[in-house]
Design a protein around this ligand. Sequence first.
Ligand SMILES: *Cc1c(COP(=O)(O)O)cnc(C)c1O
Length: 391
Amino acid sequence: MEYRISNRAAVLSPSLTLAIDAKAAEMKKAGIDVVGFGTGQPDFDTPDFIKDAAKAALDQGFTKYTPAAGIPELRQAIADKFKRENGLDYKPSQIIVSCGGKHSCYNVMMALCQEGDEVIIPSPYWLSYPEMVKLAGATPVIIETTDTTEFKVTPAQLRESITDRTRLFILNSPSNPTGSVYTPEEIKALGDVCVEKSVLILSDEIYEHLLYDGAVHQSVAALSPAHKEHTIIVHGFAKAWSMTGWRLGFMAAPEPIAKAVAAIQSHSTSNPTSFAQKGGVAALQGPMDHLKGWLDEFAKRRAYAFGKLNATPGLTCCNAKGAFYLFPNISGTGMKSTEFCQKLLEQENVAAVPGIAFGADDYFRLSYATSMEQIEKGMERIERFCAGLAK
Ligand SMILES: *Cc1c(COP(=O)(O)O)cnc(C)c1O
């Protein structure tokens, strides 16, 4: 039997980060001592008070359909979060709860983009963005950046990429995969270009709380009413509350966009899991006490890995003030990213994601969301691997 796959699906590449994770897990299961730097999730557990809220919801029989856009209590708690942390006024009707930040990105793309539209994506990019743009029938337009600018797009680059077909500009700060964080001034300069050119901004702020070295997060929507009118914020519980498996995210947008996304959800996923939403309410209303310990630990690992990478022959790594990733440059090894990561896995049992997955073939992504012990072991292996190449 020949199965005709739709054009829509046939153009997609499956997620390479998830594939590397799976491969490393398989090797581990086979008894191989793998060091995994591939993961895209915190290695900490969801805080107990969040689990308790979801357990209580289950026990109370909160197990039925909810409104497709989320329970009113959670939409209000999210509106309160934007007010409290970002100085942003959103009505609960402008907030849509989803099955993860990824789901929100996808639905925004489906609500706004179609054939003939262009979506500007800075590279290195989170690997799902271009695929989602393609799923919506639109065309990704990539702006290349390198470590010489800490992977930041300049306003001039953005301006040059805008055409009369441009629909959206995707901004992700702090960034996955680079860990790069735009300063408030840089955010404003890019936001100003979008406002001037009437381009909408999809601002993926999922790493908002994961910052180091005194870096601050500036939501582009909070700069002025005009910026807010041009912005859709995507966010979620996965990273700062370590709730990746809960599948819970949200977005905030101008009313007509929120309405369109709610309609899409009502005909596709319906509501995000009922009791997970109760966990979300607890997360937003609870203390952020857990975060301090996590950030201290992340900062220690980051400093260690950063120092080691820059001391390794053939590698250089630029500063990265957010998320839990470093994005070292491998051009000194003479290899491209797929070969580098494949050999690193085969020879030294170290799993990392080749930069090509993120549109940047001279780099790889190292996630430090793993124990210090693993990082020390992994860095030693990477050093040995690179030293061997230099001979
Ligand atoms: C993790 C992540 C998300 C959201 O993940 P979900 O698990 O779907 O909430 C969104 N954007 C980026 C850049 C991410 O790294």
